[in-house]
Design a protein around this ligand. Structure first.
Ligand code: HPA
Ligand code: ZN
Length: 338
């Protein structure tokens, strides 16, 4: 490890863009398949990893939804979340806002209660064991209908006080934010915060729609905003957080090479970028790996890295007092590192 690598590892940070189903490592996939008596189309863990070569978002989503099929019981969802938090405890993560895709499970007959209660118990365990706080973001699948999203919101009703926000993920192109304007309005009326994937593969127009029609508090990815200078100026002026995912962008061919990744260009343009892992089991690394890889590929200095970590707290859904406390600890760490 270089000095910069160990500086990154110890730097306090929050993860704001993580699909918990995307943290399902092949080893756990095999264990759950065995536990639940499910056949999976892979002979070995190496075989699974070899299948993780994607040329676009849809390639990945097909394998990601198939992988989620081994998740059946409340215990499975607990174990999935617990494994994620155990892993990120070593990456300096002190807070995480994690997305889950209920429709991926309820459409297979898994009760919503088992999904969310399993995740919540994994989150509670992580706080007790590692001191990592966390929040849940319920993501709607955008390849399905708005009516299906309304059904999902209704299922979530008994747990609304334990859900921080709603999000929008899955196949972006052809499923613009406008398709979900009404369900996001309903979620907002229930007091939920709003995020949406926009500008990962979709055009800048989808980012405008996320702002104007969904009234997002954060944009997930947002890369293609850079094609539109007016949009960049607007996002910068409003201090909109972008949850950027470097290794995901590389694996899904949003960028051809990490050396071309725009994260430092975003910062230079005044955009509030953060670094996140998206689907770490599928994209070759957790949040620390994402920081280290993009820092190396782009030659980021400590100042840029600290800004990215600061943005992860100021862009979080934590209350102001908690944010201030995290920033104090971050500053103390940076000072102690010299
Ligand atoms: N984009 C869209 N949907 C997703 C992703 C992503 O990167 N990961 C999991 N669902
Ligand atoms: Zn994502």
């Amino acid at each position: 490890m270089t000095d910069l690598d160990s500086f990154i590892t110890g730097l306090p940070k929050a993860e704001l863009h993580l699909h918990i189903e995307g943290s399902l490592e092949p080893e756990l996939m095999f264990e759950l398949a065995k536990r639940n008596g499910i056949d999976i189309p892979y002979a070995s863990v190496e075989d699974v990893r070899a299948a993780y070569a994607f040329s676009n978002l849809q390639d990945f989503l097909d394998i990601y939804y198939a992988g989620a099929n081994v998740l059946r019981t409340r215990q499975d969802f607990h174990d999935l979340a617990a494994a994620y938090f155990d892993r990120i405890a070593a990456d300096g993560v002190v807070h995480a806002e994690i997305m889950f895709d209920p429709q991926t499970h309820t459409d297979r007959g898994i009760p919503f209660a088992d999904v969310i209660e399993g995740l919540l118990s994994g989150m509670a365990e992580a706080e007790a064991k590692h001191g990592i706080t966390s929040k849940l973001i319920l993501s709607f699948l955008r390849h399905l209908s708005e009516e299906a999203a309304f059904d999902t919101l209704a299922m979530a009703e008994p747990w609304l006080d334990q859900i921080e926000a709603v999000g929008l993920d899955s196949s972006e192109v052809g499923h613009p934010p406008v398709k979900f304007a009404q369900v996001f309005e309903a979620a907002h009326a229930k007091g939920l915060k709003i995020t949406a994937h926009a500008g990962e593969e979709g055009p800048p127009e989808y980012v405008y729609q996320a702002l104007d029609l969904l009234h997002v508090d954060r944009i997930d990815h947002g890369n293609r905003s850079l094609e539109d200078p007016d949009l960049v100026a607007r996002l910068a002026a409003m201090g909109m957080t972008l949850t950027v995912c470097p290794l995901s962008n590389l694996k899904l061919c949003v960028v051809d090479d990490l050396a071309d990744h725009p994260v430092d260009r975003m910062l230079a343009l005044g955009l509030k970028a953060t670094v996140n892992s998206d689907d770490p089991a599928y994209f070759g690394g957790y949040i620390g790996d994402n920081f280290r890889a993009v820092a190396k590929a782009r030659g980021l200095d400590r100042e840029a890295i600290v800004t990215l970590a600061r943005n992860s707290f100021t862009g979080s859904f934590l209350p102001p007092k908690a944010i201030a406390e995290h920033l104090e600890k971050l500053d103390a760490y940076v000072e102690a590192q010299g």
